[in-house]
Design a protein around this ligand. Sequence first.
Ligand SMILES: Nc1ncnc2c1ncn2[C@@H]1O[C@H](COP(=O)(O)OP(=O)(O)OP(=O)(O)O)[C@@H](O)[C@H]1O
Ligand SMILES: [Mg+2]
Length: 323
Amino acid sequence: MNTLFKIKNLNMHYPIIDGLMGNIKGYIYALNDVNIEIYENEILGLVGESGSGKSTLGNCILKLITPTSGEILFNGENIINKSKKELKEFRKDAQLIFQNPYMSLNPRMKIYDTLKEPFIIQGIKNKKEIDERIKQIISLIGMKDEVLNRYPHEFSGGQRQRIAIARAIILNPKFLVADEPVSALDVSIQAQIVNLLISLKEHLNLTMLFISHNLSVIKYISDRIAVMYLGEIAEIADKEEFFKNHKHPYTQALLDAVPVISDKKREKTIIGDIPSPQNPPKGCKFHTRCPYVTEKCKNQHPELYEISPNHKVRCFLCENKCC
Ligand SMILES: Nc1ncnc2c1ncn2[C@@H]1O[C@H](COP(=O)(O)OP(=O)(O)OP(=O)(O)O)[C@@H](O)[C@H]1O
Ligand SMILES: [Mg+2]
């Protein structure tokens, strides 16, 4: 397995600015010492409650925001301190798909111009080359050339997401962050878009970070799964191992909270609210909601323990690998 991204001790602490004086009055600890690798040609699913830091991690990896500290190695090279000019090649290789396709489609631009724009930004001017690639991509996303002359408002949500995906892959990137790409779509359309992403991944040798709070979608699409809680990785494992042998009480709580159609009574919610990332709990960040909490959990911070190859858990229950 080759590593495409190696993320080392990544921190993102958003300053909270005092309106009147402009002083920093605190921080939102959105990412805390995140260490994670993304392997070439895998789909890594990232799951966690709202506010756990999933989008912040995706945006840092794409260098859309600059983290407070840490390293992001892409093919072994740290991209954190690269200038705009140096990042030009990286921008071609690493793209984002948003939850809302309107964000990536200019309503005043015909689809043809929307798909042409990335070439212009990269300084590619050969019209024949551009037109051929656009036609190729339109067919790859299951649409017809006639859509090129139309505007975004003429399409349904699912079709717009297809076009947004086309734009993201038009320059043949190596890596995609898909940030809740199906959450805004009708359930009937979600499977089509998820299947499109899987087939594109196979055809184009893509690597993907797939962010979602929907564990069913994550289960379907991912090769590996990481769980985030208050800006930390709580558990990470290969998909099969994750569903058969998850260890973190938070992972269990997330899985218990998934609605089961055949048995509505089994549906539970996770006890209590996620604490504020502005003032996270001391010790294990999950201790305020954990059914197995001990004194140690309240005072000490657990590491991410490797309990078997490719399976890591941040919980004292797994400290001695005998959880
Ligand atoms: N630009 C910003 N400035 C200040 N705080 C931010 C900013 N972006 C995110 N945050 C805060 O950082 C924390 C993590 O946010 P983030 O959007 O990464 O979470 P998320 O897991 O993607 O949530 P969701 O599932 O709702 O999309 C939240 O408390 C959020 O309010
Ligand atoms: Mg988000």
